[in-house]
Ligand binder design. Structure first.
Ligand SMILES: Nc1nc(=O)c2c([nH]1)NC[C@@H]1CN(c3ccc(C(=O)N[C@@H](CCC(=O)O)C(=O)O)cc3)C=[N+]21
Length: 294
């Protein structure tokens, strides 16, 4: 048996097509959505992610505003840039690209964002709303990777309600908020949130109908851990230096042999990454729509 591929490129492209028509409607009402990015330092990976976000914006008709600070930027410089983005009327939503270079307190910087402009859903107010499960008027942006994972499972009709999800990794952008999202009313999954101190990871994975691997340990999840037919989503990514090109190769958290056991497999690259980017655009569009209705 070979798993059905959860195709993140195709699914993200469908999401972007739907967003493009909502953006047209917004513009017809005089609202121009604009995504800002704040990048500090010159990490090549972060730089290429940020470039990708600006390309995505151009593709769907969102204005994009790029703020790059040098690696030498002080915390006062970062604070000032965040203050400017909060004030800029053409920026309807923005992200602070993580990780920030060593020496900056990420949580303290995230608290400075205007929660209404937080396109990543990582401001404490928005994470708090995720915990509270608030819908409707106080609808909050969801962290992009968790939102992308759920959106992809939905579009492939992978059942979630009552199913057992094992999440590997408890990081701020994926594992921790994903556990909160999957256990919300309406999604109703049962979640095991594992991490580096988990005693028996193979057993925790074996009970899962859905496995999300988001730790950044190459090929950690082995075929003989996975329940036959389970959906496996490979999220973690590591640049492995195994050749002479100097560029390295991107390796996910899931061993290739898993494709023979899983029912669905979200590959990496080509899976959750493109969905993460699509959900960022969705957050910007939603925030602009809310602005229109305020
Ligand atoms: N404030 C903040 N928000 C983030 O959402 C955020 C962040 N900081 N810092 C870094 C991580 C990482 N991340 C990715 C998004 C898309 C791909 C993606 O689209 N990857 C392509 C491959 C791209 C390539 O080849 O480099 C794929 O999976 O097919 C990857 C990684 C968002 N992050």
């Amino acid at each position: 048996m070979t798993a059905i591929t959860l195709d993140g490129v195709a699914t993200a492209s469908a999401v972007k097509g739907e967003l493009a028509s909502r953006i047209k409607l917004l513009k017809a009402h005089g609202v121009v959505p604009g995504l800002g990015t704040l990048l500090v330092g010159d990490d090549p990976g972060s730089r290429s992610y940020v470039a990708g976000k600006h390309r995505d914006c151009a593709e769907v008709g969102i204005e994009s505003i790029r703020v790059d600070l040098p690696a030498s930027a002080t915390t006062a410089d970062v604070r000032a840039a965040i203050r400017d983005l909060n004030a800029a009327s053409e920026v309807t939503g923005y992200i602070v690209q993580l990780p920030l270079p060593a020496g900056h307190d990420e949580n303290a910087m995230l608290e400075l964002l205007d929660p209404d402009k937080d396109a990543d859903g990582l401001h404490p107010t928005n994470l708090g709303r995720l915990v509270l499960g608030i819908e409707g008027e106080l609808h909050s942006p969801l962290p992009c990777t968790p939102a992308g994972i759920v959106e992809m499972l939905r579009r492939y009709d992978v059942p979630i309600r009552g199913r057992h999800v094992t999440v590997i990794g408890r990081g701020l952008t994926v594992g921790r908020p994903l556990g909160l999202l999957f256990t919300r009313k309406g999604l109703d999954a049962t979640v095991t949130l594992t991490h580096s101190r988990t005693q028996d990871l193979p057993t925790e994975v074996a009970r899962a109908d859905i496995v999300v691997a988001a730790v950044g340990v190459p090929h950690l999840v082995k075929a003989d851990w996975v329940k036959p037919g389970a959906a496996v989503l490979d999220v973690g990514i590591t640049r492995v230096q195994d050749d002479d090109t100097g560029k390295g190769r991107l390796t996910g958290d899931v061993d290739p042999g898993v494709a023979e056991v899983a029912g669905h497999l979200s590959p990496n690259p080509g899976g959750v990454g493109p969905m993460t980017r699509a959900m960022l655009l969705a957050n910007v569009v939603k925030a602009a729509e809310q602005r229109l209705h305020r």
